[in-house]
Write a protein that binds this ligand. Structure first.
Ligand code: K1U
Ligand code: ZN
Length: 178
């Protein structure tokens, strides 16, 4: 297993549209294992393949307190979304340190393949419903900050680019002193 680097907003690769997984084979099962390791290590509750620069329709999720309810969604399709909406704060491993309110369907029904390639239908509410919608957006190249005002998006971009520049500089200084 391996920890995978997570793309950071505003990286343009986060806006690629993922293609369907063609076969649930050893390569995909190895990617699933690496994505779970990466998600748990980063203390996330979900991760889309897009975020690790793989542009195929694959999501891993675990919203349980004990971190022992892994859920794999391959080629997910939204079957139904409630008219009832809820607004809650979201975060994203690709947008570190930023949390803001997004309105989503309160409940969803999704059809997807599992890690064994079997078709399943999942009904979700609360945090799981929000997380599924957030991750499915990633597969369409959409990052949650795109629901925010242009002013907020601009501020977030500036903040993260500055942070990245600072981190690069710190790495350079560290290498020079070693
Ligand atoms: O980067 C991601 O797509 C994962 C993301 C999923 C998510 C969190 C919250 C709402 C919607 C989707 C995260 O795991 S962010 C970090 C996190 O653990 C978290 C943040 C807020 C609430 C709960 C968890
Ligand atoms: Zn995200």
């Amino acid at each position: 297993m391996a920890l995978l680097p997570i793309l950071r907003y505003p990286d343009s690769r986060l806006h690629k549209v993922a293609r369907p997984v063609e076969a649930v084979d050893a390569r995909i099962r190895s990617l699933i294992a690496d994505m779970f390791e990466t998600m748990y290590d980063a203390k996330g509750i979900g991760l889309a393949a897009t975020q690790v620069d793989v542009h195929e329709r694959l999501i891993v999720i675990d919203t349980s307190e004990e971190r022992n309810e892994p859920l794999v969604l391959i080629n997910p399709e939204l079957v139904w979304a409630s008219e009832e909406r809820l607004k809650g704060d979201e975060g994203c491993l690709s947008v570190p340190g930023i949390y803001d309110g997004v309105e989503r369907a309160a409940r969803v029904k999704v059809r997807a393949l599992d890690a064994e390639g079997r078709s399943r239908e999942i009904e979700a509410e609360d945090l799981l419903a929000v997380c599924i919608q957030h991750e499915m957006d990633h597969l369409m190249g959409k990052v949650f900050v795109q629901y925010l005002s242009p002013l907020k998006q601009g501020r977030i971009k500036t903040k993260l680019l500055k942070q990245e520049k600072q981190e690069k500089q710190e790495r350079r200084e560290h290498q020079e002193s070693a």
